[in-house]
Write a protein that binds this ligand. Structure first.
Ligand code: M6R
Length: 613
């Protein structure tokens, strides 16, 4: 939930830390801070609010050009949003400073122990306890190495952490460690950068090493050494980042969300590149170790995910059940991890996570593996914890998604899932001609998405007309129900309005009680099959005074006069139609959020990846 960074090299650390924080701000943004070691003293600078506020304070007041330092963007867990609670935290006596992502669960006990040994605390955070514990262990044996003092302290910690620690006693060295919270070391030329997020280091180096759980590292300008908490010597694996620095820049767009909506044609192209079979009737995924026989004999597929990724999985269920005729369960990862879900002998488990760091999804993965199941991952983040914990998987190749509200990552998940459905279907019931038509539809997706992007202006006008309404109901049947859920989630996230989603016909069984003149009903009705039934449902809400926006396909011909608004998308194969249908809803949420004065890229209370329970 928080972003952490550390720099050690030959350049002034402050600017590099701030640049990294700004690129990671989507991880958490209620306060931010840096600490730089200069002339033997640790100089902290913290501010409540966005990184921009911190950067302003840095330009106005900060005069310390030390070449080693740490930084943090915070999403509050322990203690309210205040400068005192913002990171970095310093130990009593200011020998050590720390930035921390995660939660020290036994901090009360440690705090009491430290208080008995004379330590005093100035914040409400668990992190301040941790840094004083490090100081305590250092003081017990000042001759020991920096890494040893941190290692001893971490052995007493229950909970999760990604940390970077700075010290006046060891002025050329940073110590970093992780447990259930991402951390990587970016290897530069005579400089090294540690961070929780590749976005923070991509500008300086593409060569990174991801720490594993239970690992701790000492990092200097010219070197690094990784060990485990019990002093083992793990093998470090060097990865090459495939992220471009321009991914984390606005490139002329006013917001990342809008930029990422418009990136979708390229993103979907990238998700599909090299993944069609030679005969053009199916798909293939290089990273998937399961054989066609495994797919054919699967008795069940289980998807675990959270948020938008969960909605993508619901769509995957629709496609796989329709085309491949295998029963599919979709579970909220946070629920699956604590329940004993019945599973078949040949169940294949997929976890889906854009960030690859969502703690609930990771826990679901661990639980399924513990029960002996093969777990595959669909993720956008190469080298992420989930990517490394899964047996194998499929990368989305969507590039960094900076907007907290998922758009391009969601449609790339849909694309991968649709391709997966086709692959499984072709091992079972689907004939070559149907496979060929499916592939043709997928290949046409980037161009068709470009046409849908032309709806931007129309959706902006609709947002202008309806943004002041109090309640929004998103309604869709079958393949359009997950899209209704996603449309409602987007509007909630970026415009903070009451938006709910139901299967269209279910609306009569309760939700219709909400419908009044203050309600806007968005019908995602792009399937010809259900049009007559949906038209009746529309009459029911109109009769109760609701405004109606209906999204349909070009091939649905009807008298448009009774509807307030009709939005048309191109007619398309059902394997891609849901992907097209969500784009107008992304625009609607974006423009409504803007008109209501919301920070669409960094909505209140949210963080890009949820790494605490
Ligand atoms: O990184 P993940 O895909 O695991 O994230 C899951 C959800 O937290 C995420 O989709 C969340 O719902 C987004 N804010 C959606 O816009």
């Amino acid at each position: 939930m928080c972003g952490i960074i550390g720099y050690v090299g030959r350049k002034s650390a402050g600017g590099i830390l701030l640049d990294g924080l700004q690129r990671m701000e989507y991880r958490g943004y209620d306060s931010a801070g840096i600490a730089v070691l200069d002339q033997g003293t640790i100089w902290p600078l913290k501010r409540v609010g966005k990184v921009a506020t911190l950067t302003r304070a840095y330009s106005e007041n900060f005069r310390h050009s030390g070449t080693i330092g740490i930084g943090h963007t915070r999403w509050a867990t322990h203690g309210g949003v205040s400068e005192q609670n913002a990171h970095p935290h310093l130990s009593n006596g200011h020998r050590f400073a720390i930035v921390h992502n995660g939660i020290v669960e036994n901090y009360e006990k440690i705090k009491q122990f430290l208080q008995e040994h004379g330590y005093v605390f100035f914040s409400e955070t668990d992190t301040e306890v941790l840094i004083n514990l490090i100081d305590y262990h250092y003081k017990k044996n000042p001759a020991q190495s920096f890494i040893e003092a941190v290692r001893k302290s971490l052995r007493h910690v229950e909970g999760t952490y990604g940390i970077a620690v700075l010290s006046t006693v060891y002025p050329k060295e940073l110590i970093v460690a992780r447990k259930s919270s991402p951390l990587l070391i970016g290897i530069g030329e005579r400089e090294n950068i540690v961070a929780s997020d590749a976005a923070a280091v991509a500008r300086y180096t593409k060569r990174v090493i991801y720490l594993n759980d239970g690992e701790i590292a000492s990092v200097t300008a010219d070197n690094f050494s990784i060990s485990t908490l019990d002093a083992g010597a793990p093998k470090a694996v060097l990865h090459e980042l495939d992220w471009e620095i321009r991914d984390s820049e606005l490139e002329g767009y006013p917001h990342y969300m809008l930029k990422e909506i418009f990136e979708q044609p390229t993103v979907l192209e990238n998700a599909m590149r090299g993944r069609f079979s030679e005969d053009d009737c199916s798909t293939k995924f290089g990273g998937l170790p399961i054989t066609l026989q495994d797919l054919r004999s699967a008795d069940r597929i289980l998807f675990c995910a959270c948020g938008s990724a969960y909605h993508a999985c619901l769509e995957g269920k629709f496609w796989i059940e329709k085309f491949a005729r295998i029963p599919v369960d979709v579970e909220y990862a946070s629920e699956f991890r604590y329940r004993n879900a019945p599973m078949g002998q040949h169940t294949i488990v997929f976890v889906v996570s854009q960030s690859g760091e969502t703690i609930d999804t990771l826990a679901a993965l661990n639980e399924a593996q513990r029960r002996g199941y093969r777990v595959l991952a669909i993720t956008n983040t190469v080298g992420s914890t989930i990517a490394r914990a899964a047996e194998a998987g499929i990368y989305q190749h969507a590039g960094v998604e900076m907007g907290v509200a998922s758009t391009k990552a969601f449609t790339s998940q849909l694309t991968v899932l649709s391709m997966l459905a086709l692959l499984i279907a072709r091992t079972r019931d689907m004939d070559a001609i149907a496979g060929q038509q499916y592939v043709r539809a997928l290949r046409s997706l980037p161009e068709t998405v470009k046409e849908v992007l032309d709806l931007s202006v129309e959706m902006q006008a609709l947002a202008q007309k309806y943004h002041h309404y109090k309640r929004f109901l998103f309604l869709g049947r079958q393949a359009m129900y997950p899209i209704a859920l996603e449309g409602a989630l987007k509007l909630k996230e970026v415009a903070y309005v009451d938006a709910q989603a139901y299967p269209t016909a279910e609306m009569k069984h309760g939700p219709i009680a909400l419908v009044s003149e203050e309600t806007v009903c968005l019908f995602i009705a792009t399937q010809r099959t259900f049009w007559e039934k949906t038209a009746s449902n529309i009459q029911e809400v109109r009769a109760r005074g609701a405004k109606v926006i209906v999204i349909v396909s070009d091939d649905q011909i009807f008298d448009e006069r009774p509807y307030d608004e009709v939005v048309r998308i191109p007619a398309a194969h059902v394997g891609i139609k849901p992907i097209l249908s969500v784009i107008p809803l992304q625009f609607f949420a974006y423009y409504t959020g803007i008109l209501l004065g919301c920070d669409v890229d960094r909505p209140r209370n949210l963080a890009k990846s949820v790494t605490v329970e």
